[in-house]
Design a protein around this ligand. Structure first.
Ligand SMILES: NC(=O)c1ccc[n+]([C@@H]2O[C@H](COP(=O)([O-])OP(=O)(O)OC[C@H]3O[C@@H](n4cnc5c(N)ncnc54)[C@H](OP(=O)(O)O)[C@@H]3O)[C@@H](O)[C@H]2O)c1
Length: 344
């Protein structure tokens, strides 16, 4: 049986999800049947074909009667900014990738007539591509807690790209050596909520500044996001984030103090050992002298740069790469496929 997926918000993450569904055989059992965005269909088709970061779409993309045709599949294109007015076809899962809201009440509007057990239009479940409010039914970091998703959960969150990167690393190291305290800096590429040159931003004065000219400190709720998945680390972590003038791929610089003795070599050993016990593409490592562009289009949630693991006065520093777009989009698909194979 096919898992019918709809994507709301066809931006960086929405488009990566669709593309990843067609790459590397990830389509098995999953089909994107509808996409909604504020953009017009011709623009949506163009941005599907051409991507400055991930290159050309690996296949024919046609626009026929306002719908996308890809490899014989017809993907309905919708153009409705109001979730309450959206008319999805019958779908199993809406991937909510607009970033326009993060509350459960609005998310439930995607459920349409499926809310309350009906049949017909709408979605059976919603998966946010962001942390969302704490009253979502469940927040997932694939590879760490996806097997605990309640089977009757309707509104889910795939957490953030940074949470997906750091939680597998922290879980492994906490299990091995006990994390007593940690300071985290996320070094994140620019995003579409920043202007190319200085411009108005509704809530953050730092985000009024040109994304391509400055290193920009931004607010982050990462510490809270981590403890939603790993509650044992509550009160032990401090996190900050900076945006840097690159278009994709990010990194996390983590300093940890452990309860049990652990030097840099012991930390690397734990990462190497446990990476094999996690699902594919969750935790990787490298010893190569890479730069961020080498991680572009890498599907792994976290890639620990083993050569950068250092120790000083009881602190161990760990450096982790991640493709904030591509890895995250692949985790959205992993979660969708897990849900599909574990239906109520
Ligand atoms: N980019 C990343 O690395 C990343 C990683 C993980 C999670 N996320 C999260 O994923 C979400 C989307 O991020 P993104 O980077 O993909 O942003 P984006 O590139 O700005 O994409 C969002 C898309 O949704 C559209 N949109 C806005 N309001 C809408 C509405 N009411 N209905 C339908 N479409 C609407 C936007 O159109 P306009 O451009 O016309 O507004 C845009 O095309 C955010 O919550 C973000 O935090 C992003």
């Amino acid at each position: 049986m096919t898992l019918r997926v709809a994507i709301n918000g066809y931006g960086r993450i929405g488009r990566c999800v669709l593309r990843a569904a067609y790459e590397a055989g990830r389509r098995n059992g999953l089909r994107v049947v509808a996409v909604n965005d504020i953009a017009d269909p011709a623009t949506m088709a163009h941005l599907t074909r051409y991507d400055s970061t991930h290159g050309r779409f690996p296949g024919e993309v046609e626009l026929v009667d306002g719908n996308l045709h890809i490899e014989g599949d017809v993907i309905e294109l919708l153009n409705e900014p109001d979730v309450a007015a959206l008319r999805w076809p019958e779908v199993d899962l809406v991937m909510e990738c607009s970033g326009a809201f993060h509350d459960v009440v609005t998310a439930r509007q995607h459920l349409g007539s499926f809310e309350g057990g009906g049949v017909g239009r709408g979605a059976k479940r919603v998966l946010f591509s962001q942390p969302a409010q704490s009253d979502v039914d469940f927040t997932i970091v694939y590879g760490v807690n996806h097997e605990n998703i309640p089977l009757d959960a309707k509104v889910l969150s795939n957490a953030s790209c940074t949470t997906n990167c750091i939680v597998p690393v922290l879980k492994v190291l906490d299990d091995a050596y006990g994390v007593e305290a940690g300071a985290i800096t996320t070094i994140h590429s620019a995003m579409n909520d920043q202007p190319v040159i200085d411009s108005f931003h509704h809530s953050d004065l730092r985000k009024t500044r040109s994304a391509m000219q400055s290193i920009i400190p931004v607010d982050t709720a990462l510490a809270k996001g981590i403890t939603r998945i790993l509650p044992g680390l509550a009160g032990k972590l401090e996190a900050r984030a900076i945006r840097v003038p690159t278009v994709n791929v990010s990194a996390m610089d983590i300093s940890l103090r452990f309860a049990r003795a652990a030097d840099a070599a012991a930390v690397n050993d734990a990462i190497i050992r446990e990476s094999r016990n996690l699902p594919v593409n969750v935790l990787g490592y490298t010893r190569e002298p890479l730069a961020s562009c080498d991680i572009n289009h890498d599907p792994r949630s976290a890639v620990v740069d083993l050569e950068q693991t250092r120790e000083i006065a009881g602190l161990v520093k760990v450096f982790v790469w991640f493709d904030n777009e591509w890895a995250y989009a692949n985790r959205m698909l992993d979660v969708a496929q897990y849900l599909h194979t574990h239906r109520p």
